[in-house]
Design a protein around this ligand. Structure first.
Ligand code: PEP
Ligand code: MG
Length: 570
């Protein structure tokens, strides 16, 4: 039995897939003989083909034709002139290594799939990545992990790794993963957040687990309690199974709230919105009853690729979300690269303190071209729905003023080109640094709305790195200094008549939601799967009781007191 921090998604049982090494970083290399390089690719493609044929046969036997179709698709990619043909073409034209050509072509194709949106498209992205990973492994002589018993086909892999980057997770076939266990990292790392949005239980920061688990071991994890058990006995397994069934029942009971408006007992409407990372997540948001997208983490469009996403590609992504949300607000956060989200093609310098460094709005104001491209795409998408712009990591009023000036210039340019956009598009900011909280009166005069990013606000307020499991016990949304900052932000926003939401993980925390409502927040944006439960809290609680609770909590001075108080009701 191991302990860590869970992402609250529930319980999973599956077979371990242990990743002991970091994925290879693919770099561009010039080769002397491109014909030889093409032959290297021939051999790798052949090896991949043989592996897939084995899987296909087994899948046909054990699971039937429907399920086996996925491997037919994988085989087809190996012969597709529009895919593998382009890889050969790039090797011939540019005389580069096969791994690089494969990566570039795969990402181009994945970007095209992704930009066009849709669930089926998302699966195609998974498929193409799966094929590319297999060929890359063959090129690099890396053995395919634990494929002997076709683990994914029962959709029961628990990924166990020391450390996972969002890009590494997204490279995997998420349909096959039922749980994630990492030795390092915490629950607000982006891997934990992505897992949450895909409804995958994850336990992070589980010290020592790798030394005692091997691929195919049965692993059970409870992401609410933050526990992981390797090879549990029959009795324990029965307990986990029972808990899984109970969770399913709870989800059933929450189902009626999906279609409801969240209205407090004092008739105030609360927007309960979704945090999304990819255009296709909009479908998950709607399925769960989202009143809008409160945070579109647009930087995910910039990750795991070889080149910057162009204006057209971004426009297609934003437009698809705006259209799908059918007039509901869609808050697109301008890219928040840096911190734990690197983008190698931007050549960002290696930093000792990336979370205190060249990140988000700081990059955008420094590299205006990059910023303008994104703003053009967002503004163009604003003609297709209700789109809002949100600026991340604001720590000074000057940043907001400068960013607004750039937005003004981009609007002017679009006007001259006769390109449609919403001229009244709202521009808001994230409140995620203590500086922004302390300046929230002045910022409220310039911003159309606030959204409190508790994930970063906690880390910057308490000087606790949100990625560092050694200090994870100090990282708490129940910290009185954090809650008092939220109160001050709401007060200053409302004094200026602008709305304020919360879009960090705290917005979906069952114990904290009553406090946030009592403090007067107007919107809560979270992992889409958390929406029905939060709507229930809003609809069934008493606004007066929430206010009283918030008043009591604000007087408290320790995390322990606050936790105890909220534990009584949560
Ligand atoms: C936050 O900091 O709370 C937030 C929502 O942004 P991110 O988690 O993407 O940094
Ligand atoms: Mg943040």
């Amino acid at each position: 039995m191991y302990k860590g921090a869970g992402n609250s998604i529930g319980i999973a049982i599956g077979n371990a897939l242990v990743i002991r090494e970091q994925a290879q970083e693919i770099v561009r290399k010039q080769v002397d003989d491109c014909a030889m390089e093409a032959q290297r690719l021939d051999a790798a493609v052949q090896k991949a083909k043989e592996q897939i044929e084995v899987l296909l046969e087994k899948a046909n036997e054990e699971l039937g034709e429907d399920q086996a179709l996925i491997f037919e698709t994988h085989l087809a990619y190996l012969e597709d002139p529009g895919y593998i043909g382009k890889v050969y073409g790039m090797i011939e034209e540019e005389c580069v290594n096969a791994e690089w050509a494969l990566e570039v072509v795969t990402e181009q194709l994945a970007a095209i799939f992704r930009a066009s949106g849709g669930d089926v498209i998302a699966e195609r992205v998974d498929d193409i990545r799966d094929v590319a990973r297999r060929i890359t492994n063959a090129l690099l002589n890396i053995e395919e992990p634990g494929e002997g018993n076709v683990p994914g086909l029962e959709a029961s892999i628990v990924l166990v790794a020391d450390h996972l980057l969002p890009s590494e997770l997204m490279r995997m076939d998420l349909k096959r993963i039922v749980g994630i266990v990492t030795q390092s990292g915490g629950t607000t790392t982006h891997v934990a957040i992505i897992a949450k949005s895909r409804n995958i239980p994850a336990v992070m920061g589980v010290a020592g687990v790798l030394a005692n688990v091997k691929t195919d071991d049965v692993v059970a994890l409870d992401a609410k309690k933050g526990v992981v058990e390797i090879s549990p006995d029959e009795r324990a397994l029965a307990g986990y199974r029972e808990a899984i069934a109970k969770n399913k029942k709870t989800a059933e009971l929450l189902r009626p709230y999906i279609g409801m408006d969240a209205v407090l007992s004092n008739q105030k409407r609360i927007l309960v919105e979704a945090n999304i990372a990819y255009p296709e997540d909009a479908a998950i948001a709607l399925q769960n009853g989202a009143d809008g997208v409160g945070l579109f983490r647009s930087e995910f469009l910039y990750l795991e690729r070889a080149t910057e996403p162009g204006e057209e590609e971004q426009f297609a992504a934003y437009q698809s979300v705006a259209k799908r949300m059918q007039g509901r607000p869609v808050i697109i956060r301008t890219m928040d690269i840096g911190g734990d989200k690197p983008a190698p093609y931007l050549n960002l310098p290696k930093e000792n303190n990336p979370f205190l460094g060249y990140r988000a709005i700081r990059i955008c104001l420094d590299r205006e071209e990059l910023f303008r491209n994104q703003l053009r795409a967002i503004l163009r998408a604003s003609a297709f729905g209700k789109v809002l712009i949100m600026l991340p990591m604001i720590s000074a009023l000057e940043e907001l003023i400068k960013a607004k000036a750039v937005i003004g210039k981009v609007k002017e340019q679009l006007r001259q080109e006769n390109i449609a956009f919403d001229p009244g598009i709202e521009v808001g900011i994230m409140i995620e640094t203590p500086a922004a909280v302390m300046l929230s009166d002045a910022l409220a005069a310039e911003a159309d709305f606030f959204s409190i990013g508790t994930n970063d606000l906690i880390q910057y307020t308490t000087a606790v790195d949100r990625m560092n499991e050694r200090v994870a016990h100090l990282y708490s949304p129940y910290h009185p200094a954090v809650l008092r900052q939220i109160a001050l932000t709401v007060k200053n926003a409302h004094a200026r008549g602008i709305p304020v939401g919360v879009c960090g993980e705290a917005a979906g925390d069952a114990k904290l939601v009553p406090v946030l409502l009592g403090l007067g927040v107007d919107a809560l944006s979270m992992n889409p799967h958390g929406i029905p439960a939060v709507k229930k809290t809003v609809c069934t609680g008493s606004a007066e009781a929430f206010e009283e609770l918030a008043g009591q909590v604000l007087k408290m001075t320790t995390i322990e007191q606050i936790k105890k108080k909220l534990g009584e009701i949560g």
